[in-house]
Design a protein around this ligand. Structure first.
Ligand code: DC
Length: 206
């Protein structure tokens, strides 16, 4: 069973994907980490984020196991990941890695922006997770605070809106719900209620 979870930043898709993976005993890939790690490799090498050749080389050099999540989860890296994610050649370089993870025996859970539309159009379960921008900014601000970052709510909300705009309007694999995805709005749900709703959706599609 392949479960595809897509949605905008801080919609709750990562938590839902992790919990679904635990519930169904499936491996989980947070595909945002691939774009974050690509951006970080470029920044560490002193290259520009929009240098296509360097970005493709960085993407090809990634291994699924070597993510230092602590260094990748910050605010700056989310924004940088959105910039490299808008380069079609970077998306192409990361495609096979994601598809082979998804098609392993027994299935997998993947979360991102284009899992149900591009990476796994054949997924048996597709959930598009949303929440209003203010709720998402609140969640992201709490998460960043928990990581010890200094947080300005207005700046976080601005980031979320900018990222929505860039991720939804890029030419290659924009953030959009697959026609056969089930929408799950988590604006008024706590974590447990959101996870329960997602499990119910997945069970109904099995
Ligand atoms: O899910 P996230 O916040 O970690 O993702 C960071 C950025 O990476 C996101 O704003 C756009 C990009 N991304 C993408 O383009 N496609 C994906 N499947 C996952 C992330």
């Amino acid at each position: 069973m392949i479960i595809a979870i897509d949605g905008p930043a801080a919609s709750g898709k990562g938590t839902i994907a992790r919990r679904l993976a635990a519930h169904f005993n499936l491996p989980h890939l947070d595909t945002g980490l691939l774009y974050r790690a690509t951006a970080r490799a470029l920044m560490e090498a002193g290259e520009r984020l929009d240098d296509e050749a360097c970005a493709v080389q960085a993407a090809r050099g990634l291994a699924l196991t070597d993510f230092d999540e602590d260094k990748l989860r910050g605010r700056e890296m989310g924004e940088a990941a959105s910039v490299v994610g808008a380069i079609p050649a970077v998306r192409a370089a990361l495609l096979d890695m994601q598809r082979s993870f998804a098609h392993r025996d027994g299935g997998a859970v993947l979360d991102g922006r284009d899992i149900g539309t591009v990476i796994c159009p054949d997924a048996s379960v597709k959930i598009f997770v949303t929440a209003n921008p203010e709720t998402r900014a609140n969640r992201r601000a709490l998460e960043l605070k928990g990581r010890g970052e200094k947080v300005d709510f207005a700046a976080v909300l601005d980031d979320i809106r900018k990222r929505d705009e860039r991720d939804s309007h890029r030419s290659s694999a924009p953030l959009v719900a697959a026609a056969d995805a089930i929408h799950l709005d988590t604006s008024h749900l706590d974590v447990e209620a959101a996870v329960k709703a997602a499990i119910t959706i997945a069970e109904s599609k099995r």
